[in-house]
Design a protein around this ligand. Structure first.
Ligand code: ZN
Length: 266
């Protein structure tokens, strides 16, 4: 991630050192965690074990004037940037239709998706091994505890089909986003032509200034405690799935790591 998209530090280095002397650095470390994770543990946040409706760092996007197909919650920073991007898109194309279709999903919601997909595939492919079913689900759906939708930084728009974005309203929205989204901090993580991970998703967009922080934190957590993404009684096929989780978390488009805000003024 380039410096131009890094979140601005709230305090200068000398101020931090002074506060360290007064309060001790443990308190500061806690306050940093608090601004990233709120009142819940990093593990619960990173694995989606919370309710965005009651989490204080999340906002209802309708209150920011962002259209959605139902009530949606995102991190406040994501919603603010998305509102700016939506306003710019509507200024360029007043008649275009844009809405949020899916936003923050927690661990339980992701487990429901995973379980439904598992049974669909197992019914269809009677002789499929666990590893085959896991691979089939992971073409397009995340396992619980690994979805970028847990973080409040990612959302899906309009229609969840790549073909929709090849003509008409979908093409207008997608081509505009390809040209301008980076200027607002957004990227499409799941592009065509990547060597691993989920297949192309033209509808999925990520707010990188925050998402890159959580992706790094998720990798740190997983490398020390891989089972931390499991909660309660886990999910069907979890032993097979968890082993390959980092491939899916980290196989995102290279443009997401750049984020140069070069053309917002065009
Ligand atoms: Zn998505």
């Amino acid at each position: 991630m380039s410096a131009s998209y890094s979140s601005k530090p709230l305090l200068s280095i000398p101020s931090l050192l002074l506060l360290c002397l007064i309060f001790g650095c443990g308190l500061l470390a806690h306050s940093t965690d608090n601004s990233l994770f709120g009142p819940i543990s990093p593990t619960d946040y990173l694995s989606g074990c919370f309710d965005p409706e009651t989490h204080p760092l999340f906002v209802k996007i309708s209150e920011y004037g962002i259209p959605g197909n139902r009530v949606h919650y995102l991190r406040r920073e994501t919603a603010e940037a998305l509102k700016n991007m939506y306003d710019a898109m509507k200024k360029d194309m007043p008649a275009v239709k844009f809405w949020v279709q899916s936003s923050t999903r927690n661990w339980n919601t992701q487990k429901s998706i995973w379980t439904r997909r598992w049974h669909e595939i197992a019914m269809r492919e009677k002789k499929a091994k666990a590893s085959d079913i896991v691979a089939a689900i992971l073409r397009s759906s995340s396992m619980p505890g690994t979805s970028r939708h847990h973080w409040g930084t990612d959302f899906d728009i309009n229609i969840l089909k790549n073909d929709y974005y090849r003509k008409g309203n979908g093409a207008l929205v997608y081509q505009w986003l390809k040209k301008h989204a980076a200027a607002f901090g957004f990227c499409q993580p799941y592009t065509a032509g990547r060597s691993a991970g989920y297949v192309e998703e033209r509808w999925h967009w990520s707010y990188m200034p925050l998402a890159m922080v959580y992706q790094k934190k998720w990798n740190e957590l997983f490398s020390k405690h891989p089972d931390s993404i499991l909660q309660g009684d886990g999910f069907i096929g979890d032993r097979t799935a968890v082993a390959i989780a980092p491939v899916y978390v980290n196989s995102i488009d290279a443009s997401c790591f750049q984020g140069d805000a070069q053309e917002q003024s065009e």
